[in-house]
Design a protein around this ligand. Structure first.
Ligand code: ZN
Length: 124
C-alpha cells in the first residue's frame, strides 16, 4: 500500500467519524484543499483533510446576513432609546390624556422590540 493510499484511507475514516459524530456534509469545499466541508454539530465548518476549522465566506449571503443583523440591532437600540425617552416623559407627565397617548406608543414600541428580538433569534 502506498503512502497516498494510506492517507486516503485515513481521510475516509476521519470523514466517517465526523458523520458518526453528527456532522453533516455541506456543499461547500475547502478554500485550501478543495475537499468537501463538514458542518459540525456545534455549527462550525470543518475540513477533514486540513483537520481544521474553515471560515467560508459566501459573500453575497454573508453581506446580506450582516446587513440584516446590523439593521435589526440598530432598530433595537433606537426603540430602546425611545422607550427610555417615553419613560422619562411618563415620570413627569400629569395629564391623563398624555399618559394615555404615551402608553399607547410605549406598547407599540415594546411590541416592535419583541418582534425584532424574535427575528434575531430565529436567524441564529
Ligand atoms: Zn482543507
Amino acid at each position: 500500500m502506498s503512502a497516498d493510499e494510506g492517507r486516503e484511507r485515513d481521510r475516509v475514516r476521519l470523514m466517517a467519524d465526523l458523520l458518526r459524530g453528527g456532522a453533516t456534509l455541506t456543499d461547500l469545499s475547502c478554500p485550501v484543499c478543495a475537499s468537501p466541508i463538514f458542518r459540525l454539530r456545534s455549527g462550525e465548518l470543518w475540513c477533514a483533510q486540513c483537520q481544521k476549522k474553515v471560515v467560508v465566506v459566501k459573500e453575497e449571503e454573508e453581506v446580506k446576513e450582516f446587513e440584516i443583523s446590523s439593521t435589526l440591532s440598530q432598530a433595537e437600540s433606537i426603540i430602546l432609546t425611545k422607550i427610555w425617552g417615553i419613560n422619562e416623559r411618563l415620570k413627569i407627565e400629569e395629564s391623563l390624556e398624555e399618559i394615555q397617548k404615551l402608553s399607547l406608543v410605549m406598547s407599540t414600541l415594546l411590541d416592535n422590540l419583541e418582534r425584532i428580538r424574535r427575528i434575531g433569534k430565529m436567524k441564529k
